[in-house]
Design a binder for this molecule. Structure first.
Ligand SMILES: Cc1cc2nc3c(=O)[nH]c(=O)nc-3n(C[C@H](O)[C@H](O)[C@H](O)COP(=O)(O)O)c2cc1C
Length: 398
């Protein structure tokens, strides 16, 4: 899959620049060739000499370089590879990409290229969650740029959270999947997963017991068939598959916005257990216990993502699939939901405590389509995912 591919690797100035050396090595193990481009800041973290020695290639660093420009002009360089991979992608570089700034070689190449661009962001957790970074990410995704990671974990700065660059092996898995030809190649599929946290005050929230295991398995199975999967997940106990384009959200309203931001798509599979309600007012400070009286909490209804997307006049995915997690009258409730939402399929599952579905490894589902109802036997969530991915291929006549 990666064999014979040419990768223009842009290394920007983040602490994870050291990972680019291992990334180059693994790309070569996978028989891809690498031409490195380094920003000025990235050279503070790794030297062009190390990068060049491992890549076995000249390292491009300067826009105004007479020799390089005569050998291969910057426009030619921007189009010389199958893809441009920016790893690590600093917050600063994402900002430049979002603005279309081109004040050095790396950023100019990205504006001049006609090739697909993938970025593996890497930064401190606060930088990652900063509204400016999230705005920039939204803008570059709208431009068709694919993001790989980042992961959650311990950071070099001693903090914990999202912002760690995906490990080089995960980037390779992603690229292998990206280049893999499968029945769903060229299809863009949105999968939502996990629970949501509806905040009451800065530390308390309402959530549900969804682990994210079923949504994660579905995202992974679709990506394995070649789909470009946008995986929009709320808090989840399960590791994100490395071959999907990850969007993290926390609340139901954030999930709604993220889904709309990611349209158009060919298929949408809404697996997430989105909270039905959010608190009308989120207290700025922790609500204190008052022995005289109980707090009065008011709710508002979260936007209904499934119904909204199912009824879009423009940009409606060809196939919209919803999940109905029920604890009683499962089939009856799922059928009512199916009629109300306007989606193409509803997948009913019994999530009452006795089934162990929420948080467990197995699931027993019933699929309601416009023509019929299919009961699937109890099987692992991964098997449900693979079978569902095959059924989606059939529905798209692939
Ligand atoms: C020690 C150190 C570590 C840094 N790590 C990161 C990082 O991981 N991610 C990031 O976005 N910026 C990081 N920065 C800040 C960037 O290097 C800075 O924004 C720089 O302008 C990025 O330049 P570039 O995008 O042109 O490569 C770090 C700075 C220092 C001094």
């Amino acid at each position: 899959m990666l064999e014979g591919k040419k990768i223009l690797l842009v290394i920007t100035g983040g602490i994870a620049a050291y990972k680019s050396l291992e990334l180059i090595r693994l790309l070569q193990v996978n028989k891809a060739s690498v031409v490195p481009v380094m920003t000025k800041s990235s050279q503070q973290f790794v030297t062009p000499l190390s990068v060049s020695a491992i890549a076995g290639s000249k390292v491009y660093t300067e826009l105004f370089d007479l020799t390089a420009e005569a050998e291969m002009g910057h426009i030619e360089l921007s189009r010389s590879a199958d893809i441009i991979l920016v790893a690590p992608a600093s917050a600063d570089f994402l900002s430049k990409m979002a603005q279309g700034t081109c004040d050095d070689l790396a950023s100019t190449l990205l504006l001049a290229t006609d090739k697909p661009v993938l970025v593996a962001p890497s930064m401190n957790v606060r930088m990652w969650h900063h509204p400016a970074t999230q705005r920039n990410l939204g803008a570059i995704r709208d431009d068709g740029i694919v993001t790989i990671g980042p992961n959650q974990g311990d950071m070099a700065c001693g903090e914990f959270g999202f912002g760690r660059m995906s490990e080089p092996a995960e980037v390779i898995t992603f690229l292998n999947s990206y280049f893999k030809e499968g029945p769903l190649s060229g299809k863009r599929i949105i999968v939502t997963s996990g629970t949501t946290h509806e905040m009451m005050d800065p530390i308390r929230y309402i959530a549900n017991k969804s682990s994210g295991a079923q949504g994660t398995a579905i995202a992974s199975a679709l990506a394995d068939l070649g789909a470009n999967v946008v995986f929009i997940t709320g808090p989840s106990a399960v590791a994100t598959p490395p071959n999907v384009d990850l969007v993290n959200i926390e609340t139901g309203r954030e999930m709604y916005k993220a889904v709309l931001d990611q349209l158009p798509a060919d298929v949408a599979v809404f697996v997430a257990a989105v909270g039905d309600w959010y608190f009308d007012e989120v207290a700025e400070q922790k609500i204190k216990k008052d022995n005289e009286r109980l707090p009065v909490l008011k709710f508002k209804e979260n936007p209904d993502i499934l119904r909204y997307v199912s009824n879009l006049q423009e940009n409606r995915p060809q196939l919209v699939i919803g999940f109905a997690a029920e604890t009683s009258d499962v089939h009856k409730n799922a059928e009512t939901k199916f009629k109300k939402k306007g989606c193409d399929w509803i997948i009913a599952n019994d999530v009452s405590d006795s089934t162990g579905v929420m948080g467990g490894d197995e699931n027993k589902i019933t699929i309601f389509t416009k023509k019929k109802k299919e009961d699937w036997p109890l099987m692992s969530k991964k098997s449900v995912a693979r079978k569902l991915a095959a059924k989606i291929c059939d529905a798209l006549e692939l």
